[in-house]
Design a binder for this molecule. Structure first.
Ligand code: SF4
Length: 845
């Protein structure tokens, strides 16, 4: 048991010991009318100080040698930190004053000692040491066996990653490619388990170095997992290793706030309903859950499946595997974020650990079972600042140097578990309160409503459906009004499952502009999809909406579509939207009427967007959204070049600036033109220089080779030079095969991201390929010698049209794809055969 310090006066009344996890109600029995002294870890003491001060309005002295990082290190006027230890507590029977070294004394009414958790540390050392030794021995045995069977030089790798063994690569700067490489890493792990720093200097010192044992355990587990994959034992009951491309798409969602956190759930919930409730709560708070482990064969995944819950990344539920070893895939997922987005290099272990601690909002939820190996693995999680929350009765561990708040917390009440996890990790949850009878959150965006679940549908092949948002005068809008003209979904003709539908959204806003109409209209897709049991596809007059039987049974009716749009437009666009009303029509004649009106407007919008050029505006917009992951990255968005993630056009950035004037999208007046061919202006260069933390001096809007824009890692496509062909290739994220550069998308992405300028390589949004400004300094589309078939199909007629504008309607056929070449040799043969224009253009280098 923890005890009070052995100093004179420590046993007086008014001297109190609080342990991490103690209920502060203990304080209720004390009269607090004078200064309170709190001795303990600075952050924990500060949290308590604020509580006491708020309630009793007294001064607080925090006695601590730690640095206070929270609250920006700022202290309210009557809270003071003293870094000298208490020598004595004085008073007649009760604490009246404390004396410090050097004789200084202050009057107090209460002295609180906060337990620093040394006893817990002792327990962790014992269990963690056993666990680490167990995993080290297992790894040695498994590796030796593999070496005997296959030989030291036998190749070993995780699938579809450019980061080798990501954890080992990041922390130890070792590129493991063979079993011999595993041996080198294992030796380092052995050293770490004995607190011997690795060659990169890796040494995590808090808690007397026991976190090093945790890191050693994780390194071993990464080797064990790779061996399991090599022996076809993994993946089992999950996706196993998370490839780079999935990580990149999750990364973007973390950046733009669609994902607010990551729960690594180890073990099953206490029962199936508890698993469902827990996951629904996480989904509603936009937290992605990664699942691993089992207790007596029961997995969290199975519990969800038994209750009919749809799993998958689009539903924010990703089973990694049914054994506890699969938890390592969550770790080597997290460790790639600083490499991909942070611009850090392998071996920069301190920066990488800090990045994960501060920018990857993940936590471990340990359910139903713990053993020595899990303790050792948990120590590894704590080394990166990922706290552990559990439903098990275990000793608690307060804040340690690597975590933002408490390190290990028990919460047995499943209703309180999600909020306890969020508080402990300090996750900022973005949650929409929308009055509909089904759960509503971004986590449900990717859900599909399949035929067998279908209650009613609109559009697609079933009927006509359209959505149209337009500005109206204030007097014409009754805010919050939702009007339905025609039958509702519970009044369908017998045997029918479809209705025509027109959704007309009327918007008024003092700052609303015509230009914003399509931007707001485009959000209908997202807002409807956030609703559990609803599926929305398409836009304009090509909408397809489905309502599931479950949603219908829970009372979802057409008016709820209006409720959603009203609530969400206000919530997300309150800076430009003051009033919203929604009209819904389900009679064919009304739908046809709106169709005629809206089609004219759709055409006008297309014309307006088409007419915009970089020369026609004097202002471009920045996007710094990805700086939360790639601190030096700056996107400059122009009318003819959208953001590289494909999500932000110039109009979107403009609208976003109107909405949040101090936000990530700032207007940049172009200034003086420095180079028309490259697309360089003095103000743009200066803005990028400042916002890239002076790492980029000049940026060309139109060049691949000379000062190209940096890439953060979210790009839809990569443009890469193919020197042998005097041209470039373009490859999109979903293409997993080899390219003529000899690299896959994943491998190429490794050289492009991190907010760094890389001449010859460029991350771009798909639509930029169709722009007249697409690498125009190098000759534009005519330079493209290769792109995957699927990308050609996605760009379709627009690509043909652009080729036609260049006077080369046969260009598309001359651009090779994987069906004719995946090597530079085959590519050259093909290009010669079709006389591709790049072969005769000026040298690209
Ligand atoms: Fe990130 Fe650029 Fe997209 Fe903004 S425009 S979200 S910075 S990739």
């Amino acid at each position: 048991m923890a005890s009070l310090p052995q100093i004179p006066g420590a046993k007086k009344k008014g001297v109190l010991l609080l342990s991490p996890g103690d209920d502060f109600k203990k304080l209720d029995g004390y009269l607090i009318n004078d200064t309170v002294c709190i001795d303990g870890p600075a952050e924990a003491a500060f949290s308590l100080a604020k509580l006491i001060q708020e309630k009793h309005k007294v001064g607080i002295k925090i006695i601590s040698t730690d640095k206070l990082e929270n609250n920006g290190g700022e202290l309210p006027a009557d809270i003071e930190v003293i870094d000298s230890p208490i020598q004595e507590i004085v008073g007649e029977g009760r604490a009246e004053a404390v004396k410090f070294k050097g004789g200084k004394a202050i009057g107090v009414c209460l002295v609180i000692f906060m337990d620093k958790g040394e006893e817990m540390a002792e327990l962790l050392i014992q269990l963690g040491t056993k666990g680490t030794d167990t995993v080290l021995n297992l790894t040695k045995d498994a590796l030796n066996k593999q070496i005997v069977n296959k030989g030291k030089d036998s190749a070993i790798a995780f699938p579809e990653t450019n980061y080798y063994f990501p954890l080992i690569n990041a922390l130890l700067n070792i590129e493991v490619k063979t079993l011999a490489g595993c041996e080198v890493a294992l030796k380092e792990a052995e050293g770490l388990s004995k607190n011997i720093p690795a060659k990169t200097g890796l040494n995590i010192s808090p808690l007397g170095g026991i976190l090093n044992k945790g890191v050693a355990t994780l390194i071993c587990e990464e080797i064990l997992a790779a061996l399991s994959i090599a022996n076809n034992e993994h993946p089992k009951g999950g996706i196993g290793f998370i490839p780079d491309n999935i990580l990149r798409s999750l990364g973007l969602q973390l950046v733009d706030g669609r994902i607010s956190g990551i729960a690594v759930i180890l073990g099953p919930a206490k029962d199936e309903q508890a698993a469902v409730d827990l996951i629904r709560d996480f989904q509603s708070k936009s937290i992605v859950s990664l699942l691993a482990g089992n207790v007596n064969g029961i997995t969290f995944k199975q519990q969800l499946e038994n209750k009919g819950i749809q799993l998958g990344l689009e539903n924010y539920i990703v089973p990694l595997g049914e054994d506890y070893l699969s938890a390592i895939y969550a770790v080597n997922f997290a460790v790639r974020a600083p490499l991909i987005y942070g611009g850090f290099k392998s071996g920069q272990w301190e920066e990488i650990a800090n990045y994960i601690r501060n920018r990857v909002p993940a936590f471990v939820l340990l359910l139903g079972h713990v053993d020595e190996v899990l303790v050792a693995t948990g120590l590894g999680a704590l080394a990166f600042g990922l706290p552990i929350i559990t439903d098990l009765e275990v000793p608690q561990l307060g804040k340690i140097d690597t975590t933002l708040f408490e390190a290990l917390v028990t919460e047995k009440d499943y209703h309180k578990l999600p909020s306890r996890c969020i508080l402990t990790r300090g996750i900022k949850v973005k949650m929409a309160q929308v009055a509909v009878p089904v759960p509503y959150a971004a986590a449900f965006e990717g859900e599909r409503v399949r035929k067998e679940q279908l209650a009613v549908e609109f559009g697609g092949k079933a009927s006509a459906a359209i959505e149209f948002l337009s500005m109206k005068e204030e007097a014409l809008i009754d805010d919050g009004r939702v009007e339905l003209v025609g039958p509702d979904v519970d009044q369908l003709p017998a045997g029918s499952k479809s209705l025509p539908l027109a959704i007309a959204v009327d918007v008024f806003g003092r700052k609303m502009q015509k230009d914003f109409e399509p931007i707001l209209e485009r959000q209908i897709h997202r807002f409807v999809n956030y609703c559990l049991g609803l599926m929305h596809m398409g836009q304009r007059d090509m909408v397809w909406i489905r309502i599931s039987k479950d949603a219908f049974a829970k009372g979802f009716r057409l008016k709820h579509l209006g409720v959603i749009l009203h609530a969400m437009l206000h919530q997300e666009y309150s800076a430009i939207v003051d009033k919203v009303q929604v009209r819904l029509y389900t009679n064919q004649a009304d739908v046809d009427k709106l169709l005629t009106v809206s089609q004219k407007v759709f055409n006008q919008r297309d014309e307006r967007l088409k007419g915009m050029t970089d020369e026609s505006v004097d202002t471009f917009y920045s996007c710094l959204l990805c700086q939360s992951f790639a601190p030096n990255h700056v996107c400059v968005v122009t009318p003819e070049r959208l953001g590289l993630c494909g999500a932000y056009s110039w109009l979107d950035a403009k609208a976003s600036f109107e909405i949040i004037p101090t936000g990530p999208n700032q207007p940049i007046t172009k200034g003086n033109l420095l180079d028309a061919r490259l697309g360089q202006w003095d103000n743009i260069n200066e803005f990028v220089r400042q916002k890239s933390n002076k790492t980029i001096d000049a940026v060309s809007m139109y060049s691949l080779m000379n000062g190209p824009q940096s890439s953060c890692g979210c790009f839809e496509c990569i443009v890469a030079i193919v020197p042998e062909a005097n041209g470039v290739m373009v490859v999109h994220r979903d293409y997993s095969g080899l390219t003529p550069s000899g690299m896959s998308f994943t491998t190429l992405a490794g050289s492009v991201g991190g907010g760094v300028q890389t001449p010859g390589f460029l991350g771009v949004g798909k639509l930029y390929i169709l722009s007249k400004k697409f690498i125009s300094a190098e000759g534009g589309l005519k330079r493209v010698v290769w792109m995957p078939k699927e990308l050609k199909e996605i760009l379709g007629d627009k690509l043909k049209k652009r080729a036609g504008e260049l006077g080369m309607s046969d260009l598309l056929d001359k651009i090779a794809d994987e069906s004719v070449a995946t090597s530079s040799e085959d590519l050259l043969v093909y290009l010669e055969k079709v006389a591709h224009p790049a072969l005769t253009m000026d040298p690209i280098i």
